[in-house]
Design a protein. Structure first.
Length: 373
């Protein structure tokens, strides 16, 4: 048998697979505080929407999801021609790269960032240009502007940021848009924060906003997202779009938009839980949580243990899943992240974190030998 790897693109052989090991667990047996999922079920109308759709499951869905597209357009106060519906925001990332990136083109990635932007860019032969953040993970706007070269095609901003939870300001974003390059703003978490840049779309032709139904809408088990942008950029991306949103998913997303009051109430509860987590974590010596506008809190460890240590201990001893951050470019093993859950889940997780930190303080340090000195 021939070595089949010789047929594989070199960029694939050299790539690092997105780490999904945590999804190999029987997750229903754990308290899931690691994946920035919504702890609350989606709108009760979902079951009815599924039943209504089944008589047409023998027929292909409509490629551009016109009904859902219209509802999204109404939700964001834009025209349907400003909207592109996709089978998940991951597909949107692929779509952006396939539409705009040729081999050797560059995209500016302020760190830290959502890892698939990096991996999908590289898979297209593009080159990531990293820009380190300012303190508290604020964007270095001047650093981003200085990183622009003749090969720059994209500037990618994840705001609220995954994993830090920080959000870019409108004035900062406008500075970047004024550079004239296509600027992608990933707003997967925007409903949990204070910044919504959809109103900039009519005046900023080079702006693309990517959103998902996975977070605030509680539909992570389905795959549906959307982009809003100028009619021109939406037109170009539609030419490359090969994704299909199935009939059931599309209809459920419509129902979720119809019940936006239910969504906003769950968002309110998550924001309340986020404040509780932040306040409690701030009181624990050796931990430094960062302010967040997402549904997760990034924590810097300023003590003698690591993110993988606390992740493994909470999983094995408490059946609680949190996430260590070593697979994010720009972060190391001194970080971990906790997703906001229900208030009971938040309290249980804080209790486990406190127990872990106490145990580390009580562990005696081995006396130094002459050789170790």
């Amino acid at each position: 048998m021939r070595d089949l790897s010789r047929f594989v693109r070199p960029v694939v052989l050299a790539s690092k697979k997105y780490n999904l090991d945590r999804f190999k667990l029987r997750r229903e047996e754990f308290l899931e505080m690691d994946a920035n999922e919504n702890p609350f079920l989606p709108t009760p109308g979902v079951l009815k929407a599924m039943t209504e759709t089944t008589p047409r499951l023998n027929r292909y869905p409509l490629l551009e999801c016109p009904d859902l597209r219209d509802k999204i357009a109404s939700f964001v106060s834009l025209k349907a021609d400003n909207v592109l519906v996709s089978d998940g925001s991951m597909r949107l990332i692929d779509l952006v790269m396939s539409t705009f990136i040729d081999p050797a083109d560059e995209a500016i990635l302020p760190l830290p960032t959502y890892t698939p932007y990096e991996t999908r860019l590289i898979s297209r032969g593009g080159k990531p240009v990293y820009v380190d953040p300012k303190p508290n993970f604020r964007w270095d706007i001047e650093g981003i502007r200085k990183a622009v070269t003749s090969r720059t095609k994209l500037i990618i901003i994840v705001s609220p940021n995954n994993p830090s939870g920080a959000a870019i300001s409108e004035s900062e974003l406008k500075e970047l848009l004024n550079e004239g390059y296509i600027t992608v703003v990933d707003e997967a978490y925007f409903l949990f924060g204070d910044h919504d840049f959809g109103h900039l779309v009519p005046q900023e032709r080079n702006l693309i906003i990517a959103r998902t139904f996975s977070k605030a809408f509680g539909l992570a088990g389905l795959r549906v997202g959307y982009a809003i942008s100028s009619e021109e950029l939406i037109h170009y991306m539609l030419q490359m779009n090969v994704g299909w949103v199935d009939r059931i998913t599309s209809r459920i997303a419509e129902v979720a938009l119809d019940d936006i009051g239910y969504v906003k109430e769950n968002v309110r509860r998550i924001i309340e839980g986020r404040k509780y987590l932040f306040d409690e974590l701030s009181r624990i010596d050796g931990l430094r949580p960062f302010p967040s506008e997402s549904n997760g809190i990034l924590i810097r460890i300023e003590a003698d243990f690591t993110g993988p240590e606390i992740m493994n201990t909470l999983r094995d001893q408490h059946h609680i899943l949190v996430r260590e951050m070593t697979n994010f470019t720009g972060l190391d093993d001194k970080y971990f992240r906790i997703t906001v859950g229900t208030m009971q889940q938040n309290m249980q997780t804080i209790g486990a974190v406190k127990e872990f930190v106490r145990s580390k303080r009580m562990t005696p340090t081995a006396p130094q030998t002459a050789q170790s000195r």
